[in-house]
Design a protein around this ligand. Structure first.
Ligand code: CMP
Length: 137
């Protein structure tokens, strides 16, 4: 059993595909074990993406992530980190495999619908960023 954090980003919420994202995880045998909708401030988005603070896209990314509500969720199951990343597809939707969320729905490398933790250690930080102990199952 492994846990990871996924987020339906502001573009995914605006496109009305929260359910479709969740369905793809569930269809792969993964379980949603925490779920909420929040709107991040710019400062909260900056703390979440602090590992990227030296990247040229940091300002734009954190503007985008605070531009509207997002849906963070805890996803649990065997090999959850890798499974979620496989289902999402490559960061750049142009390089994403057919049938992945980003290939099917993303508009740009930034507005790429969904986030998923890149490792179990990152997931621990990212889950705790959005959920307290009473909010995950
Ligand atoms: P995510 O998986 O949430 O991790 C970092 C995010 O930065 C990424 O998805 C994209 O939304 C965004 N981003 C914008 N430009 C780039 C880029 N050139 N390379 C990687 N990520 C980018």
């Amino acid at each position: 059993m492994e846990r990871t954090l996924s987020i339906v980003k502001p573009d995914g919420v605006k496109k009305n595909i929260i359910g479709q994202v969740i369905s793809r995880f569930e269809a792969a045998g993964l379980k949603v074990t925490g779920l909420k909708m929040v709107r991040l401030t710019k400062a909260e988005a900056e703390r979440f993406y602090a590992v990227h603070k030296e990247r040229p896209f940091f300002g734009s990314l954190t503007e985008f992530m605070s531009s509207g509500p997002v849906v963070p969720m805890v996803i649990s199951g065997g090999d959850a980190v890798k499974k979620v990343r496989d289902i999402m597809g490559a960061t750049d939707f142009k390089k994403a495999a057919p049938g992945t969320i980003r290939k099917d729905f993303a508009d740009s490398i930034e507005a790429n619908i969904v986030h998923g933790s890149d490792a179990a250690e990152t997931a621990a930080f990212e889950i705790a960023y959005f959920f307290n102990a009473l909010e995950t199952f």
